[in-house]
Design a protein. Sequence first.
Lengths: 96, 190
Amino acid sequence: MKKDVQQQIEQTLNSLHGVQRAEANPFLFTKIKYRMRRQHAEPVLPGQWSLRLALVMVTVVLMNAFTIENLLKNKLDETDVAAVAAEYSISLPEAY
Amino acid sequence: MQESELIASLKEGNEQAFEELVTLYKDKIYNTALGFVQNQEDAEEVTQDVFVKAYQNIKEFKGESKLGTWLYRIAVTQAFDLLRKKKRQKRSGSFASLFNKKEEQIELAHFYHPGVAAEQKEMAAILFKAISQLPEQQQAVFLLQKLEGLSQQDVAEVMKTTTSAVESLLHRAKANLRKNLEAYYQKHYK
């Protein structure tokens, strides 16, 4: 049996003797060209996405700036009212 | 067109030169890729990758080796990249199989090379299976020599190594193949 196994191994190792080269798809070049054109056209999509992302980020920043500005404005208004009240000795109503 | 002219035209982005390159080397690259990935669809994908990469990187080709050698080198790299990607997918697949029994069977089927004589097909399929279990460098050396018929010198240039290193890798590849095949036949003779 050992001899049989050794013989099988040798035959298997030699089974690629005289192998013919496999042939590629005859339309390979067309396929490659199509693939390259598609790859070339693809960067448009990430570009569009980054433009959208930039717009969203600008909107968020503007909204934050608007909110902060409003908050500061409200704080200033309160300070002004307090100053006028102190000058004319008016007591301001306190909220409980 | 001479190789130097072809390279110059390729560097200028000449589409006709690119077509000539594909026509000249497509079978060689496809056959090489097929030996590694053992699947016709994947071999075609690798072949396409090789030519796209060659077109994109031709400006970096310094002419230190033959154009064919450079293409074989890209083919070997691309083929192993694809195999590694598949292994990673298989690993994540087997994790998924803990939860889904249907995803368990991802084993490669027996591969029948179209260029092998009919009476040798079964044995060659067993050999290809054994080749796929070899370490990468041993696989590369064995396939480039036995399937593509490259000389040890050419294999050394593709692998960017010496002929003695190729000889040693080939020796180890054959020893490992014998071991793998012995285990296979002993199991199947019982």
